[in-house]
Design a protein around this ligand. Structure first.
Ligand SMILES: NC(=O)c1ccc[n+]([C@@H]2O[C@H](COP(=O)([O-])OP(=O)(O)OC[C@H]3O[C@@H](n4cnc5c(N)ncnc54)[C@H](O)[C@@H]3O)[C@@H](O)[C@H]2O)c1
Length: 316
């Protein structure tokens, strides 16, 4: 056995894929999750796996899940729908919850990796975004519950690294998509997939000229694993640098699903970032990582999952 890994937020989209990857590499895994936005169905296939354990816990309360060698701190509402609904819980998990997880890392001298986000760059004035860019964030806008929580998460992580020698790493994740995303979480790919598969119009905000870069989940997870094995303590961007306008993405989804849906344009929400693309020079140089799955392939790989999720979801 390679050691015991704790994944906070392991019942969520990324955390559950990380469980599969770590179990596949021979680790034993304990998931700590309060199921605020995650689902046990994401872990159902691990029910009979002897190296897997689930503990329903809120990391905003002090906790101790026993000795661990590695910690992947992924607990945090992540989609705009979720963090808007759970704004205070988002600020708490980014702050007090992160202190608790870092205290576990300190107690057991575990290697620690935390999921941060491209939202730390806000509505960026630099494009593409390098890790050295400090960001342009509205501290009191509707998105600030998430953006500032994550910026604080990074600050407290670096403080535990500097003051308590916690062996810490910070990944700045850019839009990631794939199976197990919630179809109602408001993120671009699930939204478009759901609308296209139901034959409803695809909602594009603004003129659809704002850009995003989408990373398929298997590429993202490989980036996390490489970073966890590296000695890099400052943040590293992990994301796909291929940039698409939202309108292009809607057209791709329509093509891949074979849908007859049209596109509906709606007003742009406040503080919506206009440009978003990672500069992944650091990940390439330090981790030897770069994404392999292009958008069309990733959408095709996700199609069966979204079909099933749309069928399972009652139309209101
Ligand atoms: N998916 C992306 O594109 C993306 C982009 C940037 C950053 N991230 C970060 O990656 C992490 C995982 O995101 P995701 O997309 O898997 O989201 P998700 O909502 O699917 O997963 C988050 C998990 O954290 C759990 N959780 C929330 N608060 C908790 C608490 N107080 N105690 C215990 N568990 C708690 C939820 O129940 C859920 O299972 C988050 O930290 C998110 O900010 C994700």
């Amino acid at each position: 056995m390679k050691g015991r890994a704790l994944i906070t937020g392991g019942a969520g989209f990324l955390g559950s894929h990380l469980c599969d990857a770590l179990l596949g590499e021979g680790y034993s895994v304990v998931v700590v999750d309060n199921l605020l936005t995650g689902r046990l169905s994401n872990l159902e296939h691990l029910r009979n796996e002897p190296r897997f354990e689930f503990q329903k816990l809120d990391v905003n309360q002090p906790f101790d899940c026993g000795p661990v060698d590695y910690i992947f701190h992924f607990a945090c509402p992540a989609s705009p729908v979720d963090y808007t609904e759970h704004g205070i819980a988002t600020l708490k998990v980014g702050s007090v919850g992160t202190f608790h997880v870092l205290d576990v890392a300190r107690k057991y001298q575990a290697k620690y990796l935390v999921s941060s986000t491209s939202e730390c760059y806000g509505d960026p004035l630099e494009h593409p975004q390098k890790e050295s860019y400090w960001g342009y964030v509205n501290p009191v806008g509707p998105r600030s519950v998430y953006d500032e929580a994550k910026r604080f998460t990074e600050a407290v992580t670096m403080a535990y690294h500097r003051y308590h020698n916690v062996d810490a790493r910070i990944v700045r994740i850019f839009n990631t998509y794939g199976p197990r995303m919630q179809i109602n979480d408001g993120r671009v790919v699930p939204n478009f997939m759901k609308q296209a598969l139901r034959g409803e119009p695809l909602t594009v905000y603004g003129d659809g000229g704002q850009t995003r870069s989408f990373c398929y989940v298997s590429d993202e997870i490989e980036g996390f694993l490489r970073l966890s094995r590296s000695d890099e303590h400052l943040p590293v961007n992990i994301g796909n640098p291929n940039e698409f306008t939202i309108l292009e993405c809607a057209q791709r989804v329509i093509a891949i699903t074979g849908s007859k849906s049209r596109i509906d344009f709606k007003p742009l929400p406040p503080d919506d970032p206009k440009l978003r693309r990672p500069d992944i020079t650091k990940a390439r140089e330090v981790l030897g990582w770069e994404p392999k799955v292009d958008l069309d392939t990733g959408l095709r790989l996700s199609l069966d999952y979204f079909r099933g999720a749309v069928i399972a979801e009652p139309v209101l």
